[in-house]
Design a protein around this ligand. Structure first.
Ligand code: PHE
Length: 364
């Protein structure tokens, strides 16, 4: 065995046996450092005759390359093994309770939606949903809103540039009423649902944001009349505002999808710069405030959904969730709802574990 072959065999064996990063580094210095064995071999090249150099040169350079590669491979293998050991040791038991309380809070809009779901569940209503991207048939046409209705103008509605596969214009729903259509088309009556969710209109000031929240209510059954509507709204608002002196005033109004239609006002009193809901709006110090839109579902809407309006009747209503939250919890600027300001959220937010229940107090 030549001297070079002997050095190679020894070094590779030593590298293979090295047990830690320190040993690898010591071997590197001993072979490739200033006074290293391979460095010494490289230095002998200068004193050789050209013929010897041509013969020995490639052999010495190959030795250096082989040792460099072996050092790198051994080091990488040791690092990978160390990582495996660390990963195996650093386990986290996700089932253990935390030692710090949760820091997030439930947004007032989510809280109010939970409260509404709880109140209406008690009256036998299920929660229905629909997509925020709708077609103009469900958002308008099926709801008896004709092509020429001002609500269809580009001014109010966010349209998408392209139509869907059936050639229908696509838009961001402007109200939760299309969920009425989806529910009547997919479900056999009797129907009792609420549909909370986001809606969009091109509008922005202290009391209007381009995105806001509504909750739709829909009942379809036999022999339904406006008395059922009024009782349902009264029962809902008493439970929601947690007081018995809620007085409603139904004013004749117009919505294309209800006939007759009624705007519902609630009595309130101004106290310390806040509107406190309750009492008869015509009593001393009281006034009426418009709260929601409602009415008996228009025969044409029932027929558009494939149901026989001579057999099935019902009522519907729609109310702003953000406004309900502002009235109950005393916020005055709607825009703050969507700013994501942590100070506002921690002030007005709700504990993640205080779920509203009728028995435990609806706003906990
Ligand atoms: N969709 C109506 C609106 O957004 C509210 C409404 C719903 C009115 C259901 C009557 C019946 O203003």
């Amino acid at each position: 065995m030549s001297e070079i072959e002997a050095i190679r065999a020894q070094l590779l064996a030593d590298i293979d046996a090295a047990s830690d990063a320190g040993a690898i580094e010591a071997l590197r210095v001993a072979a490739l450092g200033k006074a290293g064995s391979i460095t010494a071999l490289l230095k002998t090249l200068g004193a050789m005759t050209p013929e010897d150099r041509q013969a020995k040169g490639p052999e010495i350079h190959a030795l250096r390359e082989a040792v460099t590669a072996a050092l790198g491979a051994r080091k990488a293998a040791m690092e990978a093994a160390a990582l495996d050991v660390r990963l195996a040791a650093e386990t986290i038991d996700m089932s253990l309770p935390t030692d710090t309380p949760p820091r997030g809070s439930i947004h007032p809009v989510s809280q109010v939606m939970d409260e509404l779901a709880e109140i209406f569940a008690d009256m036998g209503f299920a929660v229905a949903t629909g997509p925020e991207i709708e077609d103009d048939w469900r958002n308008f046409t099926a709801l008896n809103i004709p092509e020429t209705h001002p609500a269809r103008a580009m001014h109010d509605t966010f349209y998408f540039p392209d139509t869907d596969a059936d050639g229908r214009a696509m838009l961001l729903r402007t109200h939760t009423s299309p969920v009425q259509i989806r529910t009547m088309m997919n479900q056999e009556p009797p129907i009792r649902i609420i549909a909370p969710g986001r809606v969009y209109r091109s509008d922005s000031d202290a009391t209007h944001t381009p995105m806001f929240h509504q909750v739709e209510g829909l009942v379809i059954d036999r022999g339904i009349h406006m008395g059922h509507l009024k009782w349902t709204l009264e029962t809902f608002l008493k439970a929601y505002f947690e007081r018995d002196d809620i007085v409603l005033r139904l004013r004749p109004s117009y919505f294309p999808f209800t006939e007759p239609s009624a705007e519902v006002d609630v009595g309130y009193k101004q106290e310390k710069g806040r509107r406190i809901v309750g009492g008869h709006g015509d009593d001393d110090g009281h006034a009426w405030m418009e709260l929601l839109g409602s009415g008996m579902v228009n025969r044409r809407v029932i027929a558009n959904c494939g149901l026989d309006p001579d057999e099935w009747q019902g009522f519907a209503f729609g109310v702003g969730v953000d406004r309900l939250a502002m009235l109950k919890y005393g916020m005055d600027d709607l825009r703050a709802f969507f700013d994501g300001d942590l100070r506002w959220l921690s002030h007005y937010g709700f504990g993640a574990l205080s779920v509203p229940t009728l028995s435990g107090g609806i706003s906990a």
